[in-house]
Design a protein around this ligand. Structure first.
Ligand code: F58
Length: 837
């Protein structure tokens, strides 16, 4: 063993002084004070909340790194098959609360902080979010890391260490303004590994020659080198000793700071420019949640990250000195969407150009190694890169992609000799001007499994974008893994009182590791005391949100109103416009009523939140309209509490933790067939809110689990979307009178300059209503009516919400990860032992 190589005396010294995890309140306090006084050079006399946060975070960071080290040592010794989750985005949010809860030390820390004169909540709220993601895709990756560690899977996440995460959103005069999110000022959760670096090549040319044995050799040379430096972030599991690793790559110039040769010869600016160009690669997260096409820097990010990660993975594999054919038995790589697809030609390149394997042998290893998760069927979001760009940036990879394509098309031709069109349909290369590489096809061809993220979505990809590939490979290559969410963050952390109430009935917190146990709550549906507490918790969560709204927006909302929430990225397919048109309709109806009638109406607060991609003009227009409606409605004396409209700025993970538990109704109202899954729908129901939704994404599985009586579904079905769009195209439709009235009101300038909203209205009236807002409007309004009525019967409402919570066990990301592990990765957990054992 490794231990035996170290003399006993040294071993004893190391063991004696080896770092220990704090176990008691006093030990915790001693760590915090030590960090405040030494690491931070502060004292009792100048310790503010920020310093208290820093001290606490550093104490927990030490603790995590002890467990991290132990985990890595034991996993190295066991040398099991590992999972590598490649995702350009990890929307982690805050880490401290999560670390405290997952290690089970939050109570001790709370008491400790109190001794030192601080309140836990204030300390927690000092932390900025790690916002390395756009939306659902990035947050899913973060939930998966939590589940992988909790379930003891030996797993690594790989991503980029962006200097700027998703922008901070400010609303100024009703418009979105983007502020850069520089988040690295103080980040106690990362460990720079200046000794773990990878040199990554770009540009250059390929030289071919034939070696002595007649073998064709390709050498990629004369390129530009950029160095990747690893930064590691520990990922603690809940109630386990496993602490996994998220490795983020940062780019820097390969010659260190700046090039002194150039500098000394007077090329001062050029030498600094080189350095900056290298650092630019990992500088910023692209803020588009539906694709930005063709930006060279984005492609550079993708390759930089794939190359560094694969080098790291291969390096780790090679330490075990196993034969190459063992690679897929040691390594499973999951591609989170097509962003890491270059990892496929990169692994092929390493195997044939550097390790000397034959093409076929290498390709079989590649296919067994990769799995690909698709998150969208929207055509505009499917990634394509121009052939000339790839040729320029990655000349060797383009050759390999062409060879992959050639082999694949030959295979298709042999098997489908009668279908000539098939070849051009499935070719990785789209014969356009310029030619394009279809990344999703490359990902399908290079993987052994392809999965969608909810049942409807997985069915849709098989019948639309990947239809031909189902014929070619058979249906078994395609599968479904319905998304899930971690109950640690989205119940225990976001809603501690509800978590505690559940624990009190279920005999402890085991349900946080096995969420299906929630079903036992059904026997408390009629328990008076339980119901009362459940209801009180919801109310308290609404009070907390109301306070926040008052503080930030200056709007007074009544916590007894029905809280109707739609928070997610702003996008036409998600249809926030449908929601706000519905709000305008409600406003007009209220205005029509007499004061007496108005009093009988169920009061409602419509709450919106979400960022628009900076260049997405239509999404920004919807934000503006919401804010304008908010201004008019909230200041209308006739309306009072009957309707309030709120736009919460800068929606992010930590805000979601406060907002989610406060909903009565949340909206998941995408055009059927467009939202792959959605995951906030799950979070809202798990926290005792009901949802209004279309038959789309995971809404369908949620309905199956909670029962049709406990969800408000409306709208057209995905199978009818094509026909409906056709009708619009031929002008065969009648605008619903209520929607017509809403549009008239907007056009009359009731919400400010009508010109600002004309394109939005026209997209529906004149330009085909691609997202079918008009087709679903009536059904949406009718369903909102039902909700008003249902909410008036608070007892029944409560029964619905409790029953729903009890039936949400399926949606844990733990279930999801176990499915990936079994169906796609073929990996087993490795139990990490504690210090004493
Ligand atoms: C989301 N995709 C889906 N993409 O829209 C959502 O239905 C699903 O629940 C979630 O993935 C998890 O499966 C998504 O968030 C992005 O943000 C990409 C960012 C990079 C550019 C392309 C979109």
């Amino acid at each position: 063993s490794i231990e035996a190589s170290i003399p006993e005396g040294q071993r004893a010294a190391w063991r004696k002084y080896s770092a220990q995890e704090f176990k008691t309140k006093d030990e915790f306090d001693s760590e915090v004070v030590k960090h405040i006084e030494t690491t931070l050079a502060r004292s009792l006399f100048n310790c503010d909340e920020a310093a208290a946060y820093a001290g606490t975070a550093l104490a927990f960071r030490d603790r995590l790194i002890i467990e991290w080290n132990r985990t890595q040592q034991q996993q190295t010794a066991a040398d099991p098959k590992r999972v590598y989750y490649l995702s350009l985005e990890f929307l982690m949010g805050r880490a401290l609360d999560n670390a405290m809860l997952n290690t089970g030390m939050k109570n001790i820390a709370s008491e400790g902080l109190e001794d030192l004169g601080f309140r836990m909540e204030d300390v927690i709220s000092q932390e900025r979010d790690a916002a390395l993601g756009n939306g659902g895709l990035g947050r899913l990756a973060a939930c998966f890391l939590d589940s992988l560690a909790t379930l003891n899977y030996p797993a690594w996440g790989y991503a980029l260490r962006y200097r700027y995460g998703i922008f901070k959103q400010e609303i100024i005069d009703g418009y979105q303004v983007e502020i850069p999110d520089y988040w690295l000022d103080f980040n106690p959760w990362e460990f720079p590994r200046h000794d773990v670096t990878v040199d990554v090549q770009f540009y250059g040319n390929v030289r071919k020659y034939t070696d002595g044995s007649g073998k064709q050799i390709s050498v990629w040379e004369n390129g530009e080198i950029v160095t990747a430096v690893a930064y590691d972030a520990p990922i603690p599991g809940y109630g386990t000793k496993t602490t996994n690793n998220l490795r983020l790559w940062s780019s820097k110039a390969s010659h260190g700071e700046f090039d002194f040769t150039k500098f000394n010869s007077g090329e001062y600016e050029a030498s600094v420019a080189d350095q900056q160009r290298a650092e630019t690669i990992s500088a910023v997260l692209y803020p588009n949640d539906s694709l930005e096409r063709g930006k060279e820097l984005r492609l550079k990010q993708q390759y930089f990250w794939c190359a560094a990660s694969l080098f790291d993975i291969v390096r780790r594999f090679k330490k075990s000195r196993k034969a190459w054919k063992e690679f897929p038995n040691q390594v499973a790589i999951q591609l989170n969407d097509t962003h890491p697809t270059l990892a496929i030609p990169e692994l092929q390149r390493i195997l044939i150009d550097q390790e000397g394997l034959e093409w076929d042998e290498a390709w079989s290893i590649v296919q067994k190694t990769f799995g690909y998760t698709n998150h969208t069927v929207l055509p505009e979001a499917l990634e394509k890169w121009s052939v000339p760009l790839i040729q320029h940036l990655l000349p060797r990879h383009l050759q390999i992609i062409y060879d992959i394509n050639l082999n694949f098309l030959q295979y298709v031709e042999r098997n489908f000799p009668k279908d000539r069109d098939m070849l051009s349909r499935v070719s990785i290369i789209e014969e356009s001007q310029p030619k394009m590489v279809r990344m999703a096809y490359l990902a399908v061809i290079g993987s052994h499994k392809v999965n969608g993220v909810a049942e409807l979505h997985s069915d849709l990809i098989k019948t639309t974008i990947f239809k031909d590939f189902v014929k070619i490979y058979g249906p078994d290559k395609f599968t479904n893994v319905t998304n899930g969410i971690t109950p640690r963050r989205w119940l225990h952390q976001a809603n501690p009182r509800l978590s505690e109430l559940i624990a009190s009935k279920l005999g402890g917190y085991d349900f946080l590791r096995d969420l299906t146990q929630l079903h036992k709550l059904e026997s408390y549906v009629d328990d008076k005391e339980f119901r009362k507490e459940f209801q009180e918790i919801k109310y308290a969560n609404k009070v907390r949100l109301a306070k926040y709204i008052k503080e930030v927006n200056g709007i007074a909302v009544n916590p007894s109103s029905l809280f109707d929430i739609q928070v997610k990225r702003m996008h036409e397919y998600k249809r926030q416009q449908l929601n706000i048109f519905g709000v305008i309709h409600r406003y007009l109806e209220l205005k029509d009523m007499s004061p007496e009638e108005r009093k009988k109406v169920q009061p409602r607060v419509s709450i919106f939140g979400g960022k628009a991609a900076p260049g997405y003009w239509m999404a920004k227009t919807v934000i503006h309209l919401i804010n304008q409606v908010s201004k008019v409605v909230n200041s209308d004396k006739d309306i009072g509490d009957a309707l309030k409209v709120v736009f919460l700025e800068d929606y992010n993970v930590s805000k979601a933790e406060m907002i989610t538990p406060a909903s009565d109704i949340s909206e998941h109202i995408s055009t059927a067939g467009t939202e792959a899954s959605g995951t906030s729908n799950m979070k809202f129901v798990l926290n005792g809110g009901l949802i209004i939704g279309t038959c789309d994404g995971a809404n369908i599985e949620i309905t199956r689990e909670v029962g049709e009586d406990n969800i408000f579904l409306f709208g057209n079905l995905s199978e009818d979307v094509e026909d409906l769009r056709h009708h619009h195209f031929y002008g065969e439709f009648q605008l619903d009178p209520s929607l017509d009235r809403v549009f008239k009101t907007i056009r009359e300038g009731a919400f400010g300059d009508a010109g600002q909203f004309s394109a939005l209205v026209n997209s529906i009236v004149d330009h085909g209503d691609y997202y079918l807002v008009s087709d679903d409007f009536k059904s949406y309004l009718d369903t909102q009516k039902l909700i008003d009525e249902a909410y008036k019967n608070q007892e029944e409402w409560l029964t619905k919400t409790i029953t729903s919570v009890a039936r949400m066990g399926f949606f844990s990301s733990d279930r999801c990860i176990d499915e990936y592990a079994e169906m796609i990765w073929n990996v087993e957990p490795v139990k990490v032992q504690g210090q004493e054992s």
